[in-house]
Structure formats: structure tokens, C-alpha cells
Design a protein around this ligand. Structure first.
Ligand SMILES: *[C@@H]1O[C@H](CO)[C@@H](O)[C@H](O)[C@H]1NC(C)=O
Ligand SMILES: *[C@@H]1O[C@H](CO)[C@@H](O)[C@H](O)[C@H]1NC(C)=O
Ligand SMILES: *[C@@H]1O[C@H](CO)[C@@H](O)[C@H](O)[C@H]1NC(C)=O
Length: 342
């Protein structure tokens, strides 16, 4: 695998107590709601949005190591943020999301595929689901699964939240797994394949402190869901990061009660969570906490985070930074991980 900055390199440079290392600041513009995945060519990032007044992006960037970014041709699809992006088979898929539009419907359900590391994209048409943003996605049993999200005006009661779940093998042919999952309709939950089961974590039903969620649900098939916990040890939140980190679940930061978080929580089962750090990004104050960044757990044993926002308004601080944390080492070993050294 081509991810060049190895754990050994990083540990030798990152002596910092928090274990986090800032790898780059740009060259892409500061943004939130961006998405990124790892594939055979490196880490590929697509989209996101800047502050109000600037359109959502359709720029595509790739890095072999988180430090040095290459700009690829802009994607042929409309600029978007809070979309879904997956590495599945030998290809990268982008679907759904929203643009910044004062007129017209800013929500998407189009599906795009790149099988050359984000350099060229094919249209796979439109999915049969309601156009939406804040949809959660994961690969599970050879399929891509899409869950929840939202659409409609962000003013008043105009925003509608969803709890349907869909699956596809190829991005073109879709199966409805459930029109109404047991978890309440929501936007921005995170979905992760964990020990062969799908876990759906937290999210939101609005844009205020009292509309943030913390509940965690589990499913073997995406259709039938079981509540794992209504009250995890971490606070209700949205805009968080969740990765499967070598056999443990790691949940990072997000937005809660008008605060931008910088905590990290670890779980072996999705039920019992323990805080392993409150210094994500070497940050120990609300002013440097963030949400709507995107995390990627790389095959070489690093957690990368890209971008993010610090203010729950459209005029707040946005980042263009890439940070890394070794998932093993730094004094907080994660259990059961295996790290490929290259
Ligand atoms: C990252 O990759 C680029 C391109 O291959 C290379 O020039 C640069 O030295 C690498 N940086 C690190 C820190 O490995
Ligand atoms: C979804 O299921 C809940 C119970 O789990 C029920 O109260 C609600 O009416 C259902 N909604 C739709 C649209 O079927
Ligand atoms: C993390 O630090 C913040 C200060 O920014 C503090 O308010 C919060 O209570 C801490 N979180 C936990 C879970 O201890």
C-alpha cells in the first residue's frame, strides 16, 4: 500500500505528549463537510464547503502521506458538502450531499464512481432515495449501505429528517432495507462496520444544543436495528468522527451544547465507552475543538483528520489542516490492532 508516512516515521517525529502531529495546512481551502477515503492511490478528498457566500466545492485532492497534496481535475459533478464517500472494491463512490443554494433544491441523490483514484468520474445516475445531505454510509457484507440524512429548508420546521436504509453493490442498483428504522430519523449519524455488524452512532435532529443525539444502534442486516445504548458515556453530539481503529471503535470530537469538542472515546463493543484523551489535535479548549472534519483510519495504522469547523454558524472558524495520530503508541495503545509497516 502506498501510504508512505509510516507509523515508525511518525512516532519518531511526533514526540508531542498528545500524540497528534499536524501534517499540513492547505493547500486546499479551509472547509467543513468534506469527505475523504483511502484507496490504492492514497487518500482522496472531495468537496466540502467554505463559509456562506462561497459555493460548495467539487475540487479533488490526493495525498500519499497527508503532508503533500496534489490537486486533481475538478470532479464533473456539482459542488457539494455533507455528501457520502466510500472506497468499495477497486473504486471510490461519491453520492448525495448538498450545495449552497438560495433558490432551488440544493439536495442531491446522484451517484458517481472513480476507479482511478479520483482522476476521472463516471455518472451512475440517480439513486431511488430522497435527495439528502448528512447521510451516513459504510461498506458491509460487500455492499454500500446508506442510512438517514436530511433535506428541506434549514429555516424553521422546514428541515426533514430521515431514517430509511438502502444498500447497493454497484452504486446503480439499490435495495430498500427499511423505510423506517427503529432509530429516530436524524442527520449526520456515523455508520461503521464493526465486527461484521453495522453500528449507527449519534447525530442530530436540528441545529440547536437540545437537538443533538447520543444513542447507538446495531444491525446485522441494515433492516432490523437493536438499541445498544441510549446513554453512552460521551455527550450527545453531531459532526463527530468515528473510525474502526484496529478492532476498537474510536469516536472523536464533534459539536455538543454549543461547544466544539476535542475529546476521544474508545469502545470494544459500542456500549461501554471510556475517554482516552481530551486533547485531540493537541487542543484542550473549546476554541480549538472542531466538528464536521473527516477522519480516515489508514492501512498503515494512522488516524488522519481533515478540515473541520469551530463555530456552529456559517461564519465561524474553518480549518484546512490535516492531522495524524498513530493508532498504536503514544502511550495509549489500542487493543487488538495490527499495524502494517512499509
Ligand atoms: C510526502 O509525499 C511527497 C510526494 O511523494 C514527498 O515529496 C514528500 O517528501 C512526502 N513527505 C513526507 C513527510 O513523507
Ligand atoms: C416509524 O416507526 C415508528 C415506530 O418505530 C412509528 O411511530 C412511526 O409512525 C413510523 N413512521 C412511518 C413513516 O412509518
Ligand atoms: C474536556 O475539556 C473541556 C474544556 O475545553 C471541558 O469543558 C470538558 O468537561 C472536558 N471533557 C471531559 C469529558 O472531561
Amino acid at each position: 500500500m502506498s501510504f508512505i508516512l509510516t507509523l515508525a516515521n511518525l512516532l519518531s517525529i511526533a514526540a508531542a505528549a498528545s500524540g497528534w502531529l499536524k501534517l499540513s495546512d492547505g493547500p486546499w481551502s479551509a472547509r467543513e463537510g468534506l469527505m475523504a477515503v483511502e484507496d490504492a492511490s492514497g487518500i482522496v478528498m472531495v468537496g466540502g464547503r467554505a463559509n456562506l457566500g462561497l459555493a460548495a466545492q467539487h475540487d479533488v485532492w490526493r495525498t500519499p502521506n497527508g503532508s503533500s497534496w496534489e490537486r486533481l481535475p475538478d470532479a464533473p459533478f456539482a459542488g457539494r458538502a455533507y455528501h457520502a464517500m466510500l472506497s468499495h472494491g477497486a473504486c471510490i463512490f461519491v453520492m448525495g450531499g448538498q450545495t449552497v443554494a438560495l433558490l432551488g433544491d440544493p439536495f442531491f441523490n446522484d451517484v458517481w464512481r472513480s476507479c482511478d483514484g479520483g482522476e476521472t468520474w463516471d455518472s451512475l445516475g440517480h439513486a431511488p432515495w430522497q435527495p439528502r445531505a448528512g447521510l451516513a454510509v459504510a461498506t458491509h457484507n460487500g455492499r454500500m449501505v446508506v442510512a438517514g440524512g436530511c433535506f428541506g429548508s434549514s429555516i424553521g420546521a422546514g428541515r426533514k429528517f430521515l431514517n430509511d436504509v438502502w444498500a447497493t453493490r454497484d452504486g446503480a442498483s439499490w435495495e430498500l432495507l427499511t423505510a423506517n428504522a427503529s432509530w429516530s430519523a436524524r442527520s449526520g449519524p456515523r455508520l461503521v462496520d464493526f465486527n461484521g455488524r453495522l453500528l449507527l452512532l449519534a447525530g442530530e435532529v436540528g441545529f440547536t444544543a437540545d437537538t443533538q443525539l447520543g444513542d447507538i444502534w446495531e444491525s446485522g442486516d441494515g433492516a432490523t436495528w437493536t438499541l445498544l445504548t441510549a446513554t453512552p458515556a460521551f455527550s450527545a453530539r453531531s459532526g463527530h468522527g468515528v473510525v474502526n481503529a484496529g478492532g476498537s471503535l474510536l469516536l472523536i470530537a464533534g459539536w455538543h451544547d454549543a461547544k466544539c469538542l476535542h475529546d476521544q472515546w474508545l469502545s470494544e463493543d459500542g456500549v461501554v465507552w471510556r475517554m482516552v484523551s481530551n486533547a485531540t489535535w493537541a487542543c484542550t479548549a473549546d476554541a480549538c475543538g472542531r466538528f464536521d472534519f473527516w477522519p480516515v483510519a489508514t492501512s498503515s495504522g494512522l488516524l488522519l483528520t481533515l478540515g473541520g469547523s469551530n463555530a456552529y454558524s456559517t461564519f465561524g472558524k474553518l480549518w484546512a489542516e490535516t492531522w495524524a495520530l498513530p493508532l498504536l503508541g503514544g502511550g495509549r495503545p489500542l487493543r487488538g490492532g495490527s499495524v502494517a509497516m512499509h
